[in-house]
Ligand binder design. Structure first.
Ligand SMILES: C[S@@+](CC[C@H](N)C(=O)[O-])C[C@H]1O[C@@H](n2cnc3c(N)ncnc32)[C@H](O)[C@@H]1O
Length: 244
């Protein structure tokens, strides 16, 4: 029985790996190793069951936000006090659970994932963490789910297929309140985003092109203010400004 469970787990991880699910960017940080070591291992770990979930995910190579992003999110949530959060890319429900925990019982998270294995793991973890009332998981591709949503979000976290960020941007901006914050994860591709396209392997060129188009669009939009945070593989941080 144990051998069967282990075999199934390895099959799942292998499938995740083929689907690009392993968090490659955990191994391609963009800051100096000593700073990274401090942020990942010398700052306090998360307490309790959420901390255990974070540790387990890193041990198994399951793609979740790195610890430097966790501490940034905690600080941001303290400052901005969001009440309604949208996430694209649930995986095992770690970041959604972090957001719900930061907000307390009155905060709400809607999170979308298209991969059934991840959705069922997230449902299980969220139940174990006692966060079912706060977090709603929508199973499906964000490309079809996003246009159907009608929310007023204080905070949106895009952490899904990188090639689709540009296509998801209009819906995210529609769903984001004025003065709300949109964070887009893993935008540097280990720094290769800034190289000319002909240096990029053909299989990664669509991601390269779309991420560059995203940066150009966001930094030139007069209704947005944007910056890049050197956390993990880089986070694009956007705030939506008053338009009148
Ligand atoms: C990096 S993981 C998310 C990690 C999670 N935010 C965390 O830190 O705990 C990316 C997830 O995005 C999902 N995903 C990728 N493209 C998607 C899409 N177009 N629509 C919905 N989910 C998508 C994948 O199935 C995967 O579970």
């Amino acid at each position: 029985m144990l051998i069967l469970l282990a075999e199934n787990f390895m099959k799942d991880i292998f499938k995740e790996s083929r689907n690009g699910m392993r968090n490659e960017m955990m191994r391609r940080p963009i800051i100096k190793p000593a700073v990274l070591e401090f942020l990942r291992h010398k700052t306090p770990p998360l307490p309790g069951q959420l901390g255990a979930l974070e540790k387990q995910a890193h041990e198994k190579g399951i793609p979740i936000i790195p610890h430097e992003t966790v501490t940034f999110m905690q600080t941001l949530f303290n400052l901005k006090q969001p009440r309604m959060v949208l996430e694209i890319g649930t995986a095992i429900g770690f970041s959604a659970s972090l957001f719900a925990t930061c907000m307390g019982p009155t905060g709400r998270v809607v999170t979308i994932d298209r991969y059934p294995l991840m959705v069922s793991r997230a449902q299980q973890n969220i139940k174990t963490l006692g966060l079912k009332k706060q977090i709603k998981i929508i199973a499906g591709d964000a490309a079809t789910v996003l246009p159907t949503l009608n929310l007023q979000c204080d905070f949106i976290f895009m952490d899904s297929a990188k090639a689709k960020y540009l296509a998801f941007l209009p819906d995210c901006l529609r769903l984001l309140k004025t003065d709300g914050v949109l964070l887009i994860d893993d935008i540097f591709q280990g720094g290769t985003i800034l190289q000319p396209e002909n240096c990029i392997p053909r299989r990664n060129r669509a991601i390269h092109r779309n991420l560059n188009a995203l940066l150009e669009h966001v930094f030139n939009a007069t209704t947005l203010s944007a910056t890049i945070l050197p956390l993990g593989d880089g986070i694009l941080m956007i705030t939506k400004q008053q338009t009148d």
